[in-house]
Ligand binder design. Structure first.
Ligand SMILES: C[S@@+](CC[C@H](N)C(=O)[O-])C[C@H]1O[C@@H](n2cnc3c(N)ncnc32)[C@H](O)[C@@H]1O
Length: 314
């Protein structure tokens, strides 16, 4: 693997012709663009790049930006694409024809694969809805031509164990469907044989006598592939950064720890409010984020700056 220090921020951007780069701070909120028939803006926005600390943030279409990044340069990809469920993003219409959506996602995944080092991990977070349950499965079958499905993690957002419930349960009125409290995290790799650091996200043994009896070096066992990660309780939409589909920072942090490479270069081609970059900052990695909407990029910048300031003050 290329040493972390030798992968300078500029080596990730030198492929972008200068006229397409407008470095510098992102502007504040601006009206969302007119959307074309494929859900993306009718006129593709110019790519803008800015840096916060050791992280690079691109405003632009992920297919365009990824094409210009160097191959074999990324250790970990953690991303949550639009789910095609009609969420209200500012610059993207989240309701394409299903075939069009799947073709687009396969093209995005091929772009991601080109950037991944041979031993990289791609964690793809996606879900369907009760009325549109097939989409994540249709997608993962299509991705067989590009990747091995090394692990299938279930992200549990809320759960009831016996009579006790933890996490948020949205009110549900349906007589047909159960409350939906999980999402998928597909762990995709190039060859299906990437060694992981399972104990970096491990849990202590319940029965401590197992440690000596089974000769374990430490009081940790594998967590398994069901991860309970609830959202922080928020009272106002603004506390979720006025974005309809964020994930908790612990999710990408755990993915990075499981991958286990120190100081990884981490990509999120659907950066949103920058949660993956925040996780990369907190895990000692270097983040590369791409996002279509300038307002969300501005939120990501603010979140990263606040996290770095808090770390400095601590
Ligand atoms: C599910 S959200 C990601 C949220 C992110 N995980 C977070 O925690 O904030 C998907 C994001 O993809 C962005 N998006 C949609 N099409 C895009 C494209 N072609 N290139 C880059 N970003 C895009 C949307 O604007 C949206 O913010």
């Amino acid at each position: 693997m290329m040493p972390f220090d030798s992968l300078q921020a500029d080596s990730l951007v030198h492929h972008l012709p200068d006229h397409e780069l407008e470095p510098g701070p992102e502007p504040g909120p601006e009206p969302g663009p007119d959307l074309g028939p494929t859900g993306t803006p009718a006129v593709e926005p110019a790519v803008r790049r800015s840096a916060v600390g050791r992280h690079l943030l691109y405003r632009g279409d992920c297919l365009t930006v990824m094409e210009r990044l160097p191959p074999d340069s990324i250790d970990v990809v953690v991303t949550s694409p639009p789910y095609n469920l009609g969420l209200s993003y500012r610059s993207y219409a989240d309701r394409r024809a299903e075939e069009d959506y799947l073709d687009w996602m396969v093209a995005v995944a091929a772009g991601i694969r080109r950037l991944m080092r041979a031993d990289a991990s791609f964690f793809l977070n996606i879900t369907g809805s009760s009325s549109m349950p097939w989409l994540p499965f249709e997608l993962i079958v299509r991705l067989r031509s590009l990747f091995r499905l090394q692990n299938h993690i279930t992200w549990v957002k809320s759960i009831s164990i016996g009579d006790q419930s933890v996490g948020h349960f949205k009110p549900i009125t349906s007589r047909r469907y159960l409350h939906r409290n999980h999402e998928h995290v597909f762990h995709l790799t190039r060859d299906g044989a990437v060694p992981l650091q399972r104990l970096a996200v491990g849990v202590p043994f319940k029965d401590k006598s197992n440690i000596a009896r089974r000769g374990h070096a430490q009081d940790l066992r594998c967590r398994g592939d069901s991860w309970f990660i609830p959202y922080d309780t928020v009272r106002r939409r603004a506390q979720k950064f006025d974005h309809p589909g964020t994930f908790p920072v612990m999710l990408p942090r755990m993915c990075m720890r499981l991958h286990g490479k120190p100081m990884p270069v981490v990509l999120d081609p659907f950066m949103g409010t920058g949660t993956t970059l925040l996780a990369a900052e907190q895990e000692g990695g270097r983040g590369v984020g791409i996002e279509l909407d300038a307002s969300y990029v501005a939120v990501a910048r603010t979140r990263l700056q606040a996290s770095m300031k808090a770390a400095r003050a601590a």
